[in-house]
Design a protein around this ligand. Structure first.
Ligand SMILES: Cc1cc2nc3c(=O)[nH]c(=O)nc-3n(C[C@H](O)[C@H](O)[C@H](O)COP(=O)(O)OP(=O)(O)OC[C@H]3O[C@@H](n4cnc5c(N)ncnc54)[C@H](O)[C@@H]3O)c2cc1C
Length: 449
């Protein structure tokens, strides 16, 4: 097993910390790394796509799981896949799409591991229909603090603590996943523009249930009557008959494109309010007012940013903060207030997404709950950002909502405890299974998990 000392950050590139990195290739090596981790503990890491400090461990060890990346069995008749936790969703798509199966839930990037997808209990654009990732996990093997490997199934405490448990209950070694059947590798996409936030919410409420996938890009720099204007794109896997004749011969081909990498250094001033406003204006105007049935590649519809390697560098040396919250149905006024606060403050946000969540899943620290979720990126160096986001946290907590932990890098422990009512159960299970704190991360110390 390779071992080195590295400085690590999350995808937002803020707050680097140094750790001893182990790269186990077998379950035995993973077990040795956990048992030998020392007083600062260890944490599993996948592809480091969590934005904040969930997969870092200052002065302790980090288990890079990406060498445990075998797809063990595929039952192509029913779409059941057994794989190591370090395999990426990208790899699973390469292998399973030609067989007519698609990952049950994908986030906005394919470059996450199965372990990371369970550890953050990720959601996708189909959350309102399919729930989050853990809903499609039939079983997993988890290495716990005592060095034993347990088979963990849905409906048990360890399952519910591990789904969304940010690696703090143990190291996920493998998982059995139920995939979704598809006839083609193209998406049929409907696009419409919403003139303001109320128009957007009305459109989502009226017809989201008709689509498997749905999300809206929202212009957080628009003000006045245009506050919350958006471009709504909703889609379904295209059926075979929707493809042009020439594509019907290879309907399940998977060939995502790549663009040149983002430059290593972007001057901070380049991503100011003016360029963000210009970008947002163009993005809104170039979207069709209404278009149905446009065929798009899976990679274009779901993973646009993956085409640009290292796109997270574009925020400059200071890195960026991803802020994502959810507030329940009936709390629309809180959402309106928050959107107004963000747009009045003129935050240079390029990538803001609004979605309507359906039922949540049982994970004790899972993020989704029925309601409205808004995600946005902000340059970390923005003056007064910490105080501004603390204010939004208070608003979200008062509305009974919560902030996503896999995206977080700055939440306060007392606010987090209000947002996640099952935190005490999570802590109790950790105390029972891991009394000496074998599993720790920068995030677990910051939020006293
Ligand atoms: C461009 C982009 C778009 C995104 N879109 C979405 C989205 O739409 N929805 C969403 O929910 N998230 C989204 N994310 C966040 C991302 O899906 C999650 O952070 C995911 O956990 C990253 O997986 P990873 O393999 O990189 O894990 P890491 O970032 O390395 O780790 C994330 C967490 O999982 C734990 N973990 C990793 N591997 C294991 C393991 N084997 N056993 C136990 N715990 C483990 C880590 O300890 C850590 O707490 C997005 C991220 C990016 C960069």
């Amino acid at each position: 097993m390779s071992v080195d000392t590295v400085s690590l950050t999350g995808w937002g590139r803020t707050a680097p910390t140094t750790a001893l990195r182990f790269r186990p290739r077998t379950y035995e090596e993973a077990s040795i790394a956990v048992r030998g981790c020392g007083p600062r503990g260890s944490i599993a890491r996948g592809l480091g796509r969590a934005y904040g400090d969930a997969a870092q461990n200052a002065g302790g060890s980090v288990l890079d799981m990406t060498a445990l990346n075998r797809i063990r069995t595929v039952d192509a008749a029913v779409g059941l896949v057994v794989c190591d936790a370090g395999v990426s969703l990208h790899r699973l798509m390469e292998v399973l799409l030609p067989l007519g199966w698609f990952v049950p839930v994908t986030p906005g990037t394919r470059y996450v591991t199965v372990g990371g997808a369970i550890g953050a209990d990720i959601h996708g654009r189909n959350q309102h229909v399919s729930g989050s990732f853990s809903r499609h996990v039939r079983a997993m093997e988890v290495l716990t603090a005592d060095g034993s490997i347990r088979t963990v199934r849905p409906g048990t405490r360890l399952f519910d603590a591990t789904a969304g448990g940010l690696g703090l209950t143990g190291v996920i070694l493998s998982a059995t996943l139920q995939f979704h059947p598809v006839a083609t590798s193209l998406m049929s996409v409907d696009t419409e523009r919403a003139v303001d936030l109320d128009d957007l919410m009305a459109r989502l409420t009226a017809s989201d249930h008709r689509y498997r996938y749905s999300a809206a890009w929202i212009d957080l720099l628009a003000r006045g009557r245009a506050t919350g204007r958006a471009v709504l794109t909703r889609g379904e896997h295209a059926p075979l008959h929707a493809l042009p004749a020439r594509d019907r011969r290879t309907p399940l081909v998977f060939r995502p494109g790549r663009l040149p990498a983002a430059p290593a250094f972007v001057p901070d001033g380049l991503l100011g309010r003016t360029s963000a406003a210009l970008f947002n204006e163009l993005w809104y105007r170039r979207a069709p007012k209404f278009r149905t049935g446009e065929l798009q590649k899976l990679s274009t519809y779901f993973h646009l940013l993956d085409a640009v390697p290292h796109w997270n560098r574009v925020y400059g040396r200071g890195g960026f903060v991803r802020y994502q919250f959810v507030v329940g149905h009936g709390q629309e006024e809180a959402l309106r207030r928050i959107v107004r606060r963000i747009s009045q403050r003129r935050c240079p946000s390029f990538l803001a997404v609004l979605k309507r969540f359906g039922d949540g899943d049982p994970g004790w620290l899972s993020f989704p709950m029925p309601g409205w979720t808004l995600a946005l990126d902000l340059p970390a160096a923005l003056p007064g950002l910490a105080r501004f986001l603390d204010g939004l946290d208070e608003e979200v907590a008062a509305a009974g909502g919560r902030v996503s932990l896999a995206k977080d890098s700055r939440l306060r422990p007392e606010t987090m405890a209000v947002m996640y009512p099952r935190l005490s159960e999570f802590r109790a299970l950790r105390a029972e299974l891991d009394p000496d704190g074998a599993f720790r991360s920068d995030l677990s110390r910051r939020l006293a998990l």
